[in-house]
Design a protein around this ligand. Sequence first.
Ligand SMILES: N[C@@H](CCC(=O)N[C@@H](CS)C(=O)NCC(=O)O)C(=O)O
Length: 212
Amino acid sequence: MNSTLPVLYSFRRCPYAIRARLALKLAGIALEVREVTLRDKPAAMLALSPKGTVPVLQLPDGRVLEQSLDIMHWALGQADSEIWRMDDATGQALIALNDGAFKGLLDDYKYANPQSTHPAGHYRDEAVDLFIAPLNQRLSQTPYFLGEAAALADLAIVPFIRQFAGVNPGWFLAAPFPALRRWLDAWTHSALFVSIMPRLDPWQPGDPPTLL
Ligand SMILES: N[C@@H](CCC(=O)N[C@@H](CS)C(=O)NCC(=O)O)C(=O)O
């Protein structure tokens, strides 16, 4: 029976894996989840997807989805909700900015060290100007990025804003972005989010399946 379930190679804290798990769970897709240690990736995963990033989803028909957005689109395509499939140009542009320039600044901010060209606050300020302040502005007008209903863009971006907030939680709490903070809190405290964040031991071949 288990061979009929999709298998997701995942890493708990990885924002790309989180967005994939959110979409899969939201779509109600039963699957086996295999927690990966990034320093010691399972051979079974690398055989499916030699590029070696998570998430990777192996479908029962043999197809392998190795980009988080492809996994989201596949998952939400299985579900009935049109809203969650909503994927207009604005949403796509927000996701592209998130995955591109913002992710670069987020990494610079998160991993800034004495050898970095600039101190952490420099990258944080750039990220604020580029993405954080505009998102807060959006959310001070509507509850979700694209209006009254949550959409793919909210789901795809929330793990990255969570990571940004987590670099310096005290700073984020005091920063002038109340609407973004409310949106982030609502997502991260939601039953959906909590349900896709279990702490799992790294998967080893032969382990009994863990269902998401
Ligand atoms: N474009 C990929 C990016 C995935 C990605 O970069 N994942 C990171 C973890 S958050 C990873 O697996 N890095 C490989 C490594 O650290 O060895 C996607 O959207 O799925």
